[in-house]
Design a protein around this ligand. Structure first.
Ligand code: URA
Length: 244
């Protein structure tokens, strides 16, 4: 759900402030009812009219991007650094990322202009699995990985159950690659989980977000999600992953 004035502004009818004035003046209806309060939130199926004319919403678009390292997960950066939406300069819609990956983390991130969809997917309640490949300094024992899976204390709160799998070991360099699947999204969670068991993360990549993966893509590549993929994500957000 998004604020009515924001939806009107996004549709290009008026600035956000002008949209607020239109609402207060009683010139906006939602599903046939005049709305004069500013707090009202609307969803994508609500019918909005401004001055008796139906509001044509911006066409919703859904992409996945293989974010390279050294890119900010935001629509703009006040320091002028490269941001994820720079990979969509040819797309007319105003886009933003769903959730975030650290500046130095690469991998799969979803990009959309559908605020309601983004909001749903980001809600921790829906426990969307995210799978990371982490290159670690040192080689953790099986016991340590089990500990991660069961949950460890971060910020005085135990992490939810996770899955950890050793993918490869470089004995000479004393590094390894561990795949970790979590469904929480706390700040720098994967890095901090490995640090908590004594292994620094040298490189981090998100390989999978729910059923979507970056196989066959290279850093900087993007692709539009199919209507079926969007529908599946929506169903997962609506009913939880146990629906699949
Ligand atoms: N966990 C991290 O530590 N960093 C990310 O970017 C994502 C998850």
């Amino acid at each position: 759900m998004e604020r009515l004035q924001k939806v009107i502004a996004h549709a290009g009818v008026a600035s956000r402030r002008k949209a607020e004035e239109l609402i207060k003046e009683g010139r906006v209806t939602v599903n046939g009812q005049t709305v004069t309060e500013l707090g009202v939130k609307v969803g994508s199926s609500d019918k909005i009219e401004v001055n008796g004319l139906k509001l044509e919403r911006e066409e919703p678009v859904y992409f996945m991007l293989y974010k390279p390292r050294g890119v900010i997960s935001a629509a703009e950066d006040d320091k002028g650094r490269k941001v994820v939406t720079d990979f969509f300069d040819d797309v007319p819609q105003r886009l933003y990322p769903i959730g975030r990956l650290d500046y130095d983390t690469s991998g799969l991130i979803l990009i959309t202009n559908d605020g309601e969809f983004a909001h749903k997917l980001m809600h921790p309640k829906y426990e969307i699995d995210k799978t990371y490949a982490a290159k670690l300094k040192g080689i953790p024992s099986k016991e340590l990985l089990r500990k991660l899976e069961k949950g460890i204390m971060l910020d005085h709160k135990k992490t939810a159950p996770a899955r950890a799998k050793m993918l490869s070991i470089d004995k000479r360099k004393q590094t390894c690659i561990v795949q970790l699947t979590i469904h929480e999204g706390r700040n720098r969670q994967v890095r901090r989980m490995f640090e908590a068991i004594g292994h620094d993360v040298l490189k981090l990549k998100r390989e999978q977000y729910s059923f979507l993966h970056i196989e066959g893509m290279r850093p900087g590549d993007r692709r539009e999600l199919s209507p079926h993929e969007v529908k599946r994500l929506r169903a997962i957000a609506d009913h939880g992953k146990s629906a699949f």
